[in-house]
Design a binder for this molecule. Structure first.
Ligand SMILES: [Ca+2]
Ligand SMILES: [Ca+2]
Ligand SMILES: [Ca+2]
Ligand SMILES: [Ca+2]
Length: 343
């Protein structure tokens, strides 16, 4: 997670938010920019209906902003504005989930990989009481940890590595208890700022596998009592990206992978799954290069350190699968529609 001095995304810092209006599928997709704040509080944002009024709200740093207007900021932990030049954020990621089980959405906040513990804040259900702060875990490793229900038991896990092994951190039966790490492999040596991770069913057996830049872990029948088999495949020979997505890009029935090539540099690609017997491999197809002059791509920007909100907007049966990718980069937040042709 080496970052340049301006890495604290100025846009997240100033709190830009793109509101995606999804019109009829064939129509032009339009976006409206809303500025949440002039100050720098965080690097990541999240959405969820915090106040339960039926409108999605936005969580950014110590505030949640009430939708649909996003004009009113509600503080859920003490807000301390930071200087973008030299104060890396203590809120890199926010995740929204009902951790307490009372029906109200709570907020998990992750800071810097090497500096901050993970805490979640319990939604009091009104706008005047304080949110109770709960310790979750000591450190959360990796450039882009994801909160995903990887074993489909209706309770999400925070995918990360710890003590040299990939696995997940998960809440306990008592919501107030510290979370515990579950390893899916023998301990080896993964860098704390590891770049590139995602979750999806690579081999089509219905179980969600873990994908990292160095390969993928096959989710076994016995999720918790067996080690997950590691299948080596280096997706990016550069630094590796951030979030990796698993989807059938070319509509041929198997799962492909989408990933930035360098979270702090250039390049975005999708990796086409190919099978030979039981062996799975991937062929790289670039989606974005390092120069906008490259006509094949038409756009280029660096610092693709957060890829979120991937969705298919033309439907699964069209010849061309369209991917809407929200790409966060250092200097701007761009929305790019990338066309991927079959064959
Ligand atoms: Ca709750
Ligand atoms: Ca789960
Ligand atoms: Ca699988
Ligand atoms: Ca495919």
């Amino acid at each position: 997670m080496k970052r340049s001095i301006n890495r604290p995304l100025l846009l997240a810092a100033i709190g830009f938010l793109f509101v995606c209006v999804l019109p009829p599928l064939e129509a032009q997709t339009e976006f409206r920019k809303i500025r949440l704040t002039e100050r720098y509080y965080c690097d990541g944002v999240a959405t969820g209906d915090i106040d339960g009024d039926g409108h999605a709200d936005v969580v950014a740093g110590p505030f949640w902003y009430a939708g649909p207007l996003f004009q009113k900021a509600h503080e859920f932990y003490p807000a301390e504005p930071l200087a973008p030049e030299d104060h890396p954020s203590n809120s890199m990621f926010s995740f929204v989930h009902d951790f307490s089980g009372d029906g109200r959405l709570d907020i998990l906040v992750l800071g810097r990989v090497h500096k901050h513990a993970a805490y979640w804040y319990e939604n009091p259900g009104n706008k005047k009481d304080l949110w109770r702060k709960h310790y979750a875990f000591e450190r959360v490793r990796g450039e882009s940890p994801m909160l995903v229900d990887i074993d489909k038991d209706d309770s999400p896990e925070l995918i990360t590595h710890w003590d040299g092994a990939w696995g997940w951190i998960e809440p306990q039966e008592d919501p107030a208890a510290p979370w515990k790490f579950h390893a899916i492999e023998e301990s080896r040596d993964w860098p704390q700022f590891y770049h590139g991770q995602g979750v999806g069913d690579i081999n089509g057996d219905g179980r969600l596998d873990l994908v990292i830049n160095d390969g993928w872990y096959e989710h076994p029948e016995a999720t918790r009592s067996q080690h997950w088999i590691f299948h080596q495949h280096k997706f990016s020979h550069d630094r590796g990206g951030a979030q990796m997505y698993v989807m059938d890009v070319d509509n041929d029935g198997d799962s492909d992978v989408i990933s930035a090539l360098n979270g702090h540099g250039w390049g975005l690609a999708w990796f086409e799954q190919q099978q030979e017997g039981k062996k799975i491999s991937f062929v790289k197809h670039r989606m974005m290069g390092d120069r906008s002059e490259e006509q094949k791509f038409g756009v280029a920007f660096s610092q693709v350190s957060g890829v979120e909100g991937l969705c298919r907007i033309n439907g699964p049966n069209t010849r061309e699968a369209s991917l809407l990718t929200r790409l966060v980069c250092q200097d701007e937040r761009a929305v790019v529609k990338i066309m991927v042709r079959r064959g």
